[in-house]
Design a protein around this ligand. Structure first.
Ligand SMILES: Nc1nc2c(c(=O)[nH]1)N[C@H]1C(S)=C(S)[C@@H](COP(=O)(O)OP(=O)(O)OC[C@H]3O[C@@H](n4cnc5c(=O)[nH]c(N)nc54)[C@H](O)[C@@H]3O)O[C@H]1N2
Ligand SMILES: Nc1nc2c(c(=O)[nH]1)N[C@H]1C(S)=C(S)[C@@H](COP(=O)(O)OP(=O)(O)OC[C@H]3O[C@@H](n4cnc5c(=O)[nH]c(N)nc54)[C@H](O)[C@@H]3O)O[C@H]1N2
Ligand code: SF4
Ligand SMILES: [Mo]
Length: 700
C-alpha cells in the first residue's frame, strides 16, 4: 500500500497552518507542512509533526460508558444516548433549564458548536453554554468590542512581512506559535524590523528583542499608559489626525498626565530610560504590529491591558493598513470560529449578544422559535457554573473537547464541584483524562481527521478539514452525538441533519450581513483551496484580508474608542506568608492539558516531568539547589516539581507550566492549577492564571 497525501489544517494552535497528511491503510503515518500554504509555507512545528501517534487506539475512548454502582461499564450507543437524553430531561423537569450547563473546548468544528448552541439556547432554553475560550480569548474578544465595536480581529498574517516594529506583550510565541515566530524573526533579519517584548520572564521570544521590558507581573496597564504619555509628551502624536477615526482623545490626554515615566518605572520596576526608549521606537515606527496573549488575558486587568494596547495603535495611526494594527492570534484551532458561532454564555451566533433584543429577535426568527425562548440575560461563565455545582443550582454538566479538571484554577474546588453533579457527561477522545475519571457518562468522540467540518483561524480564514481515516471502535463525530442526543430529547424537528455540510449551510444564514459573513463560502469552494478570509459575502467574492481599511468602525459614531484605563493591582498580592508570585504557561513540547502530546513518546521524552523555575538568588536564600524537589503552596493547595535555577525568572517570581496532570502519566500533585487563583477580570470573566501568591519549601 502506498501513502496517500491529503491537505488539511492543524488541529492545535489558531494559526491554521496547512498540513499534508500521509495516510496508509486507514492510518495517519506522516505529517508535513503543506508547500505553498500562505501561513506556514511548508513548515511545521514539533507538536504538529508528531501528531500520528495521537491516533493510536491504545487508550482512545472507543465505547460509550455509563457509571453504575461506582463503576464505568461499556454500553451500546443506543443506551448511552437514551440515558443521556432521559437524564437531561429529568433534571430540566425537576430543576428547570438553568440547572443544565454545557462546557466545550475551542478545537471543535464550527458545525459542532453551532449545534450545541442551538440545543442549549433555543431548544433547552438556557444560556449556560460556555467553552474554554473563557480561559483563553474572552479578554481579547472583549477588548476588541470595547475599543473597536466588534469582536473582529482586523489584521492578517501577511502584515508580518510589511511591519517595521513588532510589539509582543505577554506572548511567548517562540513556544506557543512557532511558525509565527519564524515569520517574525525572518522579517527582523530580512527587513530590519525591530522587536519590543514585554514579559516578566526572559523567554525564548525575548531572546530576539531589541528592547525587552521585563516588567513586574501584572503591570501592563501602567506600562501602556506610560508609553502613551511619552508619545504625547514628545510630540509623536497629531491630534487632528487621530480624532477623525478615534473618540476620547482629550479625556485620554488628561488622564495620561498621571502616568509619567517616573511613576510607571516604579510600578513596572523597569528603568525609566527603557520606557522612554520603547516609546520613541513606537513613535518612529512606520508600521507597528502588536501581538499579545495570555500574559494579558490571564489577568484581572485583562480587558484593560487590551484596551491600553489598542490605544497605542490608534494614537500612532498604526491600525488597519498593511503591516499595522493589532494581530490577535488564538491558542486553539477554532477559537475565533467558536466566538462567531456564539459559544459563550453571553453570545448568540453571528457576533450577536443575548442581551440585545434585536439580536435575539433575529436569531429566534431564523430558528423559528418565539423570542421568549432565548433567555435575555447571559448565562453563567464557567467558573460560575462550578460555583453553581457547589450550590446545587447546576445539576448537570456536559463537557466536550476540554479537560476542565486540569485546566481550570483551584483543582480541588473544581473536582469537588464536579463530584456534586447528578449528571456529568465527558465526551472525549481519550479515557482517562482528569475530567473523564469523574464522569458518570462517557461518550467516545472522533477527533480531527476522523470527521469533516470547518475551522476559522486567527486571520479570519475559514478552512475545511476532511475526514481522512475512520475513528477507532465506536467513536462518533461530536456533531453526530449532539444531534442524536437532541433528537432523543424530543427535538427531532430542530435537529434534522444528516451531514456537517447541512449544518454549515444553515449556520451560514446567521452570518448574512455580519462581519463574519460566509455567504460565499461552500464546502466545494473550500475543498482544494487554502481557505477564504471572512467576510466573504458571495460566491464571486475573493475574501477579505483586512478589516476597517476605510477607518470606519462598528461603533455608534463610526470611530474607535481611546479608553482611559487605570492600573490596579492583581487580586492576590504577595505578603509575608506567601511572598512569591507564581506565573504559569506553556512548553513547546506539550499542548494544554497534554492529553494528546503526553501520549507521544518523542515529545514526552523532551519534557516528561514538572519543573519550577526560580531565580538563583531566591534559591540560595532558601537553600534550594538545582534539581531539588520543591513544594509551592498557595492559599488553595500545593504543587511540587523539580527546581530549575535560572535568571529567566525575575527575582520574587516562579514559573511553571500548566501541562502536568496525573491522567497522562504525570504524578499526583504536579498540576499547576492546584494552586492557581479563581479571581477573574470583571469584564471578561477570565481568571488570573498568571499571578498567584505562593510560598516555597523544600520537599522532604
Ligand atoms: N506548544 C504549545 N503551543 C501552544 C499551546 C501549548 O500548550 N503548547 N497552547 C496554545 C494555547 S491554548 C494558547 S492560549 C497559547 C498561549 O500562548 P502564550 O500566551 O504565548 O503562552 P503562555 O505561556 O500562556 O504565556 C505567555 C507569556 O506571558 C507571560 N506573562 C506572565 N505574566 C505577565 C504579565 O503580567 N504581563 C506580560 N506582559 N506578560 C506576562 C509569561 O511569562 C509567558 O511568557 O499557546 C497555544 N500554543
Ligand atoms: N494555570 C494555567 N491554567 C491554564 C492555562 C495556563 O497558562 N495556566 N492556560 C489556559 C488556556 S489558554 C487554555 S486554552 C485552557 C485549555 O484547557 P483545555 O481545553 O482543558 O485543554 P486541552 O488539553 O486542549 O483539552 C482538550 C480536550 O479535548 C479532547 N479532544 C481533542 N479533540 C477532541 C474532539 O474532536 N472531540 C472531543 N470530544 N474531544 C476532543 C482532548 O483529549 C482533551 O481532553 O487551559 C487554560 N488553563
Ligand atoms: S504553529 Fe500552530 S498551527 Fe502551525 S503547525 Fe504548529 S501548532 Fe499547528
Ligand atoms: Mo488558550
Amino acid at each position: 500500500m502506498t501513502i496517500q497525501w491529503h491537505n488539511s489544517t492543524c488541529p492545535y494552535c489558531g494559526l491554521g497552518c496547512g498540513l499534508s497528511v500521509g495516510v496508509e491503510n486507514n492510518k495517519i503515518v506522516e505529517i508535513h507542512g503543506t508547500e505553498g500554504h500562505p501561513v506556514n509555507h511548508g513548515r511545521v512545528c514539533a507538536i504538529a509533526a508528531n501528531l500520528p501517534p495521537v491516533f493510536d487506539p491504545g487508550d482512545r475512548l472507543t465505547q460509550p460508558m455509563i457509571r453504575a454502582n461506582g463503576e464505568l461499564r461499556p454500553v451500546t450507543w443506543e443506551k448511552a444516548i437514551k440515558h443521556t437524553a432521559t437524564e437531561l430531561k429529568r433534571i430540566i423537569e425537576k430543576y428547570g433549564p438553568g440547572a443544565v450547563a454545557f462546557y466545550g473546548g475551542a478545537a471543535n468544528l464550527n458545525e459542532e458548536y453551532y449545534l450545541m448552541n442551538k440545543l442549549m439556547k433555543a431548544a433547552i432554553g438556557t444560556n449556560n453554554m460556555e467553552c474554554s475560550t473563557r480561559l483563553c480569548m474572552a479578554s481579547s474578544a472583549m477588548g476588541f468590542v470595547s475599543t473597536f465595536g466588534a469582536d473582529a480581529p482586523p489584521t492578517c498574517f501577511a502584515d508580518v512581512e510589511e511591519a517595521d516594529l513588532f510589539f509582543i506583550a505577554g506572548n511567548n510565541m517562540a513556544v506557543s506559535l512557532p511558525i509565527m515566530f519564524q515569520r517574525v524573526r525572518s522579517a527582523k533579519e530580512k527587513n530590519g524590523a525591530k522587536v519590543i517584548v514585554v514579559d516578566p520572564r526572559k523567554t525564548e521570544t525575548a531572546a530576539i528583542a531589541d528592547i525587552h521590558l521585563q516588567i513586574w507581573p501584572g503591570t501592563d496597564v501602567a506600562l501602556n499608559n506610560g508609553l502613551a504619555h511619552v508619545l504625547l509628551k514628545e510630540g509623536f502624536i497629531q491630534e487632528d489626525r487621530v480624532t477623525p477615526y478615534a473618540s476620547g482623545f482629550n479625556d485620554l490626554k488628561e488622564f495620561l498626565k498621571d502616568y509619567p515615566p517616573s511613576r510607571v518605572a516604579e510600578i513596572t520596576r523597569c528603568p525609566e530610560e527603557q520606557i522612554v526608549e520603547a516609546a520613541r521606537a513606537i513613535g518612529r515606527a512606520k508600521a507597528m504590529l502588536t501581538f499579545w496573549f495570555q500574559g494579558y488575558n490571564h489577568s484581572t486587568q485583562a480587558v484593560f491591558k487590551n484596551n491600553t494596547l489598542h490605544n497605542l495603535s490608534l494614537l500612532t495611526g498604526n491600525y488597519c493598513r498593511p503591516g499595522a494594527g493589532p494581530l490577535s492570534i488564538t491558542g486553539e484551532a477554532n477559537a475565533l470560529g467558536n466566538r462567531w458561532v456564539g459559544a459563550l454564555s453571553h453570545l448568540l451566533p453571528g457576533m450577536r449578544m443575548v442581551a440585545n433584543s434585536q439580536h435575539r429577535r433575529e436569531v429566534a426568527d431564523f430558528w423559528g422559535i418565539p423570542i421568549e425562548k432565548i433567555q435575555p440575560t447571559p448565562g453563567r461563565s464557567i467558573l460560575d457554573i462550578i460555583k453553581g455545582l457547589h450550590s446545587g443550582e447546576i445539576r448537570a454538566l456536559w463537557v466536550t473537547t476540554t479537560n476542565p479538571v486540569a485546566s481550570l484554577p483551584d483543582t480541588k474546588w473544581v473536582e469537588a464541584g464536579l463530584a456534586k453533579a447528578e449528571l456529568l457527561i465527558a465526551q472525549d477522545i481519550y479515557h482517562p483524562t482528569e475530567t473523564s475519571m469523574l464522569a458518570n457518562v462517557l461518550l467516545p468522540a472522533a477527533q480531527w481527521a476522523e470527521k469533516t467540518g470547518t475551522f476559522i483561524s486567527s486571520e479570519r480564514r475559514i478552512q475545511l478539514e476532511e475526514k481522512l481515516i475512520d475513528p477507532p471502535g465506536e467513536a462518533k463525530p461530536d456533531y453526530e452525538i449532539i444531534w442524536l442526543v437532541a433528537r432523543a430529547m424530543g427535538f427531532e424537528k430542530e435537529f434534522p441533519y444528516n451531514s456537517p455540510e447541512e449544518v454549515f449551510e444553515e449556520w451560514k444564514g446567521l452570518t448574512k450581513g455580519r462581519i463574519c459573513d460566509m455567504g460565499g463560502v461552500t464546502y466545494d469552494r473550500l475543498r482544494g483551496s487554502f481557505g477564504l478570509q471572512l467576510p466573504c459575502p458571495d460566491e464571486e467574492h475573493p475574501g477579505t484580508p483586512r478589516l476597517f481599511a476605510n477607518s470606519r468602525f462598528p461603533r455608534p459614531d463610526g470611530r474607535a474608542a481611546l479608553l482611559s484605563r487605570d492600573y490596579a493591582d492583581p487580586a492576590e498580592i504577595p505578603d509575608e506568608g506567601y511572598p512569591f508570585v507564581l506565573n504559569t504557561g506553556k512548553l513547546v513540547w506539550h499542548f494544554n492539558t497534554r492529553t494528546r502530546t503526553g501520549r507521544v513518546p518523542r515529545l514526552n521524552d523532551q519534557a516528561s516531568e514538572n519543573f519550577i523555575e526560580i531565580h538563583p538568588e531566591d534559591a540560595s536564600s532558601l537553600g534550594i539547589l538545582e534539581g531539588d524537589e520543591i513544594k509551592v503552596a498557595s492559599r488553595r493547595g500545593s504543587v511540587h516539581g523539580i527546581a530549575r535555577l535560572t535568571d529567566r525568572a525575575l527575582q520574587g517570581t516562579l514559573f511553571m507550566t500548566m501541562h502536568y496532570g496525573p491522567a497522562t502519566g504525570g504524578e499526583e500533585g504536579t498540576l499547576a492549577n492546584l494552586v492557581c487563583n479563581t479571581a477573574y477580570d470583571p469584564h471578561s470573566k477570565q481568571p488570573e492564571l498568571k499571578f498567584t501568591a505562593v510560598k516555597i519549601t523544600k520537599r522532604s
